[in-house]
Design a binder for this molecule. Structure first.
Ligand code: SF4
Length: 414
């Protein structure tokens, strides 16, 4: 018996196998000398993955590798190599860890899957919906490999999404087609695109269901579990594998609910995590909160891979809407309303805002949001300073003290 207060999800084995197969398939394609090998498209995490898959590309997501570098705590050793090439320590630490990993030719994928490095791209495709860093990140590889880079420029800080925003985005999606036809050697096929988008939509509904199950009291799953189990929704959406995985996970969670089994034993408080995970401290955080009988039940981060407009009849409108209706694209008023709804839906007792030093885009505590929402909802909160990957910007001691203080404050108020 382990002393860990973390309750293991049985489906994790299946999920890890899917993720391993994903990397191995990419690696095999990247190293194949067969002229008919599948081509590889790099895609930013909320980029037009469905369009790429419709051309038969294997899709690789560099941010997933960024998270792997963070979780394996390799980032701090790698970031300085990117800094030495002029990539500032203040910009996205996914970017700097990944570029550092490429420069040093070191990746945890080697130990995990026997892979030498990340798969070389045939085409690089970005969407600036989340930040400008993704474009600069892919541009590093464009210069290294001299391969085409194309992308979509999304306006940000939007309130209502209006027709004029969407029209431009739909056109931008269509404008990617000639390059994708040339690199893939295939003609655009509308039926194929519809098929992939429909699969991605089914995946989205399944992933949404997983997250909604956490509204149950006690919750059968934590935010920390979700950061791992979101893998297929991020990197395999639009494939049969992702669609096969989530029903297995859902069945397990529903069984937990039926049996009264909680993810955190004696769940007493329910927290919301706002902002990026601290990847190198996921397990620590999961254990700390579970040790206090706190279940972190919901987050903006994990909900960011729900793309319901993919269900629209027109796949181009579905993609354009999905990738611009995202939380990260929206203005403060939209975000405030969204968060308030989440706090209500999940019965939240306390909120942790993570101010990730190198990701202002996913840190929503810099323009008065916690204070405004705190005033409105009365839900207590803390803001921790840290980072997604660069642990030199994070203090274990400080965060622990803040988590404990938040739980105590809520208990005292009861
Ligand atoms: S959103 Fe943040 S973490 Fe993601 S790529 Fe952009 S800067 Fe990096």
């Amino acid at each position: 018996m382990s002393d860990s207060p973390i309750r293991k999800i049985q489906a994790t084995g299946m999920m890890r196998k899917l993720m391993a197969d994903h990397f191995l398939e990419l690696d095999a394609a990247a190293n194949s000398t067969d002229p008919d090998r599948p081509k590889i498209a790099w895609c930013t995490s909320v980029g037009p993955a469905e369009l790429l898959r419709s051309f038969g590309f294997l899709v690789y997501f560099p941010e997933n590798h960024g998270a792997v570098l963070g979780s394996s705590r390799a980032a701090a050793d790698l970031i300085p190599s990117a800094n030495a090439r002029g990539y500032s320590p203040d910009i996205c630490s996914y970017l700097t860890s990944d570029v550092g990993s490429y420069i040093k030719q070191q990746t945890p994928l080697t130990k995990a899957f026997g892979i030498k490095g990340v798969p070389k791209a045939d085409v690089l495709v970005f969407n600036t919906n989340q930040c400008r860093d993704v474009q600069d990140w892919l541009a590093f590889y464009q210069r290294e490999w001299d391969v085409p880079m194309i992308g979509i420029h999304t306006q940000r800080d939007l309130g209502e999404i209006r027709a004029e925003h969407l029209d431009g985005l739909i056109e931008q999606h269509k404008a990617l087609i000639p390059t994708l036809e040339e690199v893939s050697g295939r003609k655009f096929d509308m039926d194929k695109l519809k098929e992939v988008v429909a699969s991605s939509y089914r995946c989205t509904l399944l992933w949404k269901k997983v997250l909604q199950l956490a509204a149950t009291k006690p919750s059968p799953i934590t935010f920390f579990d979700c950061t791992i189990h979101m893998g297929p929704a991020v990197v395999l959406r639009g494939t049969a594998e992702a669609e096969e995985y989530y029903p297995v996970l859902i069945k397990e969670l529903e069984q937990r609910i039926a049996d009264g089994v909680a993810a955190v034993e004696n769940e007493n408080l329910r927290f919301y995590w706002e902002g990026m995970p601290v990847w190198g401290r996921l397990r620590d955080h999961a254990e700390q909160f579970a040790g206090q009988n706190v279940c972190v039940v919901a987050s903006t981060y994990c909900n960011s891979w729900i793309f319901e407009p993919l269900g629209l009849d027109d796949p181009f409108e579905g993609m354009a809407r999905s990738y611009t209706e995202l939380f990260i694209v929206r203005n403060e008023n939209y975000k405030e309303d969204y968060l308030q709804r989440m706090f209500d839906d999940y019965g939240i007792d306390g909120i942790v805002y993570h101010d990730a030093k190198t990701c202002p885009n996913n840190s929503n505590c810099r323009y008065g949001m916690p204070q405004r929402l705190g005033g409105k909802s009365g839900v207590p909160y803390v803001t921790i300073n840290g980072d997604l990957n660069d642990l030199r910007l994070y203090s274990d001691e400080q965060a622990r003290t803040q988590f404990e203080a938040l739980a105590e404050q809520i208990q005292e108020g009861r």
